[in-house]
Design a protein around this ligand. Structure first.
Ligand code: NAP
Length: 336
């Protein structure tokens, strides 16, 4: 089985052991197990640098269930295999608010809690009440409340203590109905709303459309060019390191963060003139330096990885900053 259509980088990788899960019950014939499994959702955050040897569990369960609702809020349980952006559009169409700023983020509902996806001032942790999952070791179904998911910036318990130990089956969201809190803290959102809908009242649908407009302008569509969205995390550096850096680069963009100052990784890469830079069949996207692409359509996973290493080296050499990779590199990022 070729995994090319199961990873958004469109990298050729072969699997001899691939199971598609369309119903939760199917998992009972696979877990508990001590075997190493590779859980695949939308394939939007993985780079295969070799053929996986593990059994691949492809989560393709569907369904949105209303658990509870009142005049101003609704609780929805959503199957892990639902596409994230389709779910956002469904909510916007039904006038359920809270995730409109997260439009067009790649991936599936089941993977959204793992890295606590976020964009334009909203994080998915703001609307998740519970995550349901199966323990691979015991086969038992369990759940964690929002508080116990230990959400942080692009982080959660599923990337740490529970890494490789669970299969997320569904996520419960609490969304607003009727009266919504519109998050317009990011200047670019207001700017785009003014351009697209001058003098019109703003609602969740318009925010979603503004986000889609901004993102589609600079991000390549994975259906046309293989990519996995942002390849690197935006580094957070100490105040001291930042003031040193600012002396050398007075125009460096910066944002306050929990433990220091957040610096856009895309800017650092762009300043080094690396937009369009290629290695084998891989390249830095010309419109957004944070995105690496399968430029030729025939790139190998190792081309992308070597390109990433080259970028990390140059950023370290020039700014003294360690750029961390956000995408899971197979096999390096997996604790098998
Ligand atoms: P961008 O808009 O060029 O911004 C780059 C960085 O600057 C991000 O780290 C962003 O913080 C920060 N930033 C920009 N304006 C800010 C403000 N007004 N206040 C605080 N921080 C600000 O980034 P981009 O790469 O094109 O991405 C756009 C948005 O999508 C960002 O919010 C980004 O985080 C998000 N995104 C999320 C995922 C994911 O969850 N997997 C993947 C790709 C992009 P924040 O990161 O805190 O927003």
């Amino acid at each position: 089985m070729n995994l090319r259509s199961y990873n958004t980088f469109k990298i050729d990788a072969k699997s001899n052991d691939f199971i598609e899960i369309t119903k939760e019950e199917q998992l009972q014939s696979i877990i508990p197990t001590t075997d190493h499994l590779l859980i695949l959702g939308g394939g939007s955050n993985i780079l295969f640098t070799e053929d996986p040897k593990e059994k691949i569990i492809y989560i393709n369960t569907k369904g949105i269930k209303v658990l509870e609702e009142s005049s101003n809020e609704i609780f929805l349980e959503v199957a892990a295999g639902e596409n994230w952006h389709d779910f956002v559009l469904w909510c916007v169409d039904h006038n359920y608010g809270g995730i409109e700023n997260l439009s067009l983020i790649p991936g599936n509902v089941g993977t959204c809690p793992i890295q606590n996806i976020g964009a334009y001032g909203v994080e998915v942790k703001d609307v998740i009440t519970q995550v349901n999952f199966f323990s691979i070791e015991t086969g038992k179904k369990q759940s964690l409340s929002n508080e116990n998911c230990h959400f942080g910036y692009r982080n959660s318990i599923f990337k740490n203590e529970l890494k490789g130990k669970t299969i997320i089956s569904s996520v419960i969201f609490k969304l607003s109905k009727g009266k919504h809190h519109l998050n317009r803290n990011y200047g670019i959102i207001n700017q785009r709303l003014d351009e697209l809908f001058p003098n019109l009242p703003v609602d969740i649908k318009k925010i979603s459309q503004a986000v889609i407009s901004i993102r589609s302008e600079k991000l390549p569509n994975p259906k046309e060019i293989g990519n996995a969205g942002s390849f690197f995390k935006n580094p957070v550096i100490t105040e001291k390191a930042f003031s040193e850096l600012q002396k050398k680069h007075p125009d460096i963009p910066n944002y306050p963060a929990l433990n220091g100052v957040k610096v856009p990784a895309g800017w650092l890469i762009d300043q080094l003139g690396l937009k369009g830079f290629q290695y084998g069949g891989a390249a830095v996207h010309k419109k957004q330096a944070l995105v690496l692409i399968n430029h030729s359509g025939q790139a190998k996973g190792t081309d992308v990885y070597k390109l990433a290493k080259e970028i990390q080296g140059k950023v370290k050499e020039f700014y003294g900053i360690n750029l961390e990779i956000e995408v899971n590199i197979y096999p390096n990022s997996f604790s098998f």
